[in-house]
Design a protein around this ligand. Structure first.
Ligand code: FES
Ligand code: FES
Length: 177
């Protein structure tokens, strides 16, 4: 039995110690916001935060995070959307959405360590792969959340459509879990 702290709550999980954290989150705890992409720590889709650091959960045995604080995309907005999530919506970052929870977690870890990141800081931290090519929107949203850019409406970018919420922009295609 593994004892893990996920999004501030202690959870007991009946899984083998070498089970990748990704599968413990998805299959044992039903936290399916963390996605599977490559399975070999290359794409970043499965990124979560462990003790403040962005970690690729497909490549971390669950036993390695026992006693540490694990945060997933479900834990970002306990009561309201974070500044970063709000910027994500303002800049309409997601396209298909599949990589976006990993992007958000990597960007959250970046801003917690470096509240005013340079382009180089963003390049170093945001190595996640997006097959839809949202990289420039990701960069703009990070800078917006950091208070480093003019508001999106003043820059001429289109406002988010009425009624658009993070859950709709990050929704998973029908049939996918
Ligand atoms: S699924 Fe973990 S890095 Fe690609
Ligand atoms: S938004 Fe489609 S893979 Fe990134």
């Amino acid at each position: 039995m593994l004892k893990l702290n996920i999004n501030g709550t202690d959870r007991n999980v009946d899984a083998a110690p070498d089970t990748p954290l990704l599968w413990v989150l998805r299959d044992h705890l039903d936290l399916t916001g963390t996605k599977y992409g490559c399975g070999v720590a290359a794409c970043g889709t499965c990124t979560v935060i462990v003790d403040g650091a962005a970690v690729r959960s497909c490549a971390v045995p669950a036993a390695a995070v026992a006693g540490k604080k694990v945060r997933t995309v479900e834990g970002l907005a306990a009561t309201s959307l974070t500044r970063l999530q709000q910027a994500w919506i303002r800049h309409q970052v997601p396209q298909c959405g599949y990589c976006q929870s990993g992007m958000l977690m990597a960007a959250t870890a970046l801003l917690e360590k470096t509240p005013q990141p340079s382009d180089d800081d963003i390049d170093r931290a945001m190595t996640n792969i997006c097959r839809c090519g949202t990289y420039q929107r990701v960069r703009r949203a990070i800078k917006d959340a950091a208070g480093m850019t003019t508001p999106v409406a003043a820059s001429g970018a289109a406002p988010a459509p009425a009624g658009l919420t993070l859950s709709t922009t990050l929704s998973t295609p029908a049939g996918a879990k």
